[in-house]
Design a protein. Structure first.
Length: 75
């Protein structure tokens, strides 16, 4: 399992993932930060970025914050 730090920008103009020099990720999603929609969009975007299944990624910290920690399962 790998933990990654995310800085999420909900309500952005476009969906994108940018890896920063420090190893963290800046994630912009068009979904609003209401009822978990932005978190679901972040997971969906990360699955495309890493090329893995949705079940392999979960937000373990910061569910209601812009700063999140996600866990990516290797197996």
């Amino acid at each position: 399992m790998t933990k990654i730090c995310l800085k999420v920008k909900p309500g952005a103009r476009k969906n994108q993932v940018i890896k920063k020099e420090d190893g963290s990720f800046a994630v912009s999603v068009t979904a609003p930060p209401k009822k978990g929609k932005a978190n679901k969009a972040v997971i969906r975007l990360l699955t495309d970025y890493f090329g893995i299944a949705k079940s392999k990624i979960r937000v373990i910290s910061g569910a209601t914050s812009k700063n999140k920690i996600a866990e990516v399962s290797d197996a």
